[in-house]
Design a binder for this molecule. Structure first.
Ligand code: 13P
Ligand code: SF4
Length: 305
């Protein structure tokens, strides 16, 4: 078995050889976050690859993230350490339903969370991430919004933008859906001063307890800037790497057992080295699909400025 430090050295060498950069989401394993050139939330990572001169982007995340980078940078090679790392929520919307609402409402905007397949994006008007969804929905001229695929993020946005008619879809993230209000209440009994930080993919009855709601990057920033010393974290446990690095003196409590995204955890150092060496698992998208699916992403980047 190769030692971790040998693998790290080989990854660094291959990266130079291939003019590659490594992107990693906050939910992947610590050692991948540690070696990545860019670590962040979905919005930051969607933009990060565009600013680099790299020929190859290795994305430690799930397939919709690699697809978004490919859509925005078709000339770059985008490699996924594990081709099977997929977000179940990315598939949870129906094209037929989109078409039916378009028939029903003249001014409908289909707002598509970036956690979605390229095909769903291709039927949408604008993409959003958890860090800019409220801002973008507010900025749209349309009153009627069909928000896909996440019903929880859609519900959160609807609460923040009451002037719009936000039609909700029934997709969900299984990781965030498993987080409960009981966990927060129990943890609060033991740590009454703890602040609650929650991702908007959580259910409404969890969000009502939150002192802050936001993307992974928003929650990490909040914890760093806060005077609080204890936090109950309602998002995937991978964020603990950054939280611990930034705040060694603060305490963080995660729900037992349910805070782990198995798809994000499919990424490993060995698989990262393998794709860098072989070029396997390159993201390939049909040209016509790319042409249609990139538009809502570009509109997001424009409106988020
Ligand atoms: P953000 O990092 O953009 O908050 O996204 C969370 C998520 O579920 C990614 O899969
Ligand atoms: Fe998908 Fe949830 Fe995993 Fe994010 S945490 S990739 S939304 S299943």
């Amino acid at each position: 078995m190769r030692m971790e430090k040998d693998i790290l050295e080989e990854i660094r060498q291959k990266k130079k050889e291939k003019n590659a950069v490594i992107l990693a989401h906050y939910y992947v394993n610590d050692e991948l976050q540690a070696i990545a050139d860019y670590v962040g939330d979905s919005f930051y990572l969607a933009k990060a690859a565009t600013g680099t001169k790299a020929d190859v982007v290795v994305f430690c995340g799930v397939s919709f993230m690699g697809e978004s980078v490919k859509l925005l940078n078709p000339e770059k090679t985008v490699l996924m350490p594990d081709a099977a790392a997929d977000c179940p929520m990315a598939h949870m919307a129906e094209i037929e339903r989109i078409k039916a609402y378009r028939e029903q409402y003249d001014d409908l905007a289909v707002v598509c969370y970036i956690n979605s397949t390229a095909e769903l994006k291709s039927y949408s008007d604008v993409c959003v991430t958890s860090s800019n969804a409220v801002k973008i929905v507010k900025a749209l001229p349309n009153r009627n919004i069909f928000f896909i695929p996440d019903g929880n993020l859609g519900g959160y946005v609807a609460g923040q933008v009451p002037e719009k008619n936000v039609i909700l879809n029934d997709g969900y993230c299984p990781v965030h859906k498993a987080m409960t209000a009981e966990f927060i209440q129990e943890t609060k009994k033991r740590h009454p001063g703890a602040l609650v930080l929650a991702h908007p993919e959580c259910e409404k009855d969890v969000l009502v307890f939150a002192d802050a709601v936001g993307s992974t990057a928003d929650l990490i920033r909040y914890a760093k800037e806060s005077d609080g010393t204890e936090f109950i974290i309602c998002t995937e446990e991978g964020v603990s790497f950054r939280l611990r690095e930034d705040n060694p003196e603060k305490r963080f409590y995660f729900p037992d057992g349910c805070a782990c995204c198995r798809d994000m955890k499919r990424n490993t150092l060995e698989k990262l080295l393998h794709v860098l060496t072989t070029g396997e698992n390159a993201v390939e998208l049909d040209e016509e699909l790319c042409r249609r699916a990139v538009r809502p992403l570009e509109r997001m980047l424009e409106l988020a400025k």
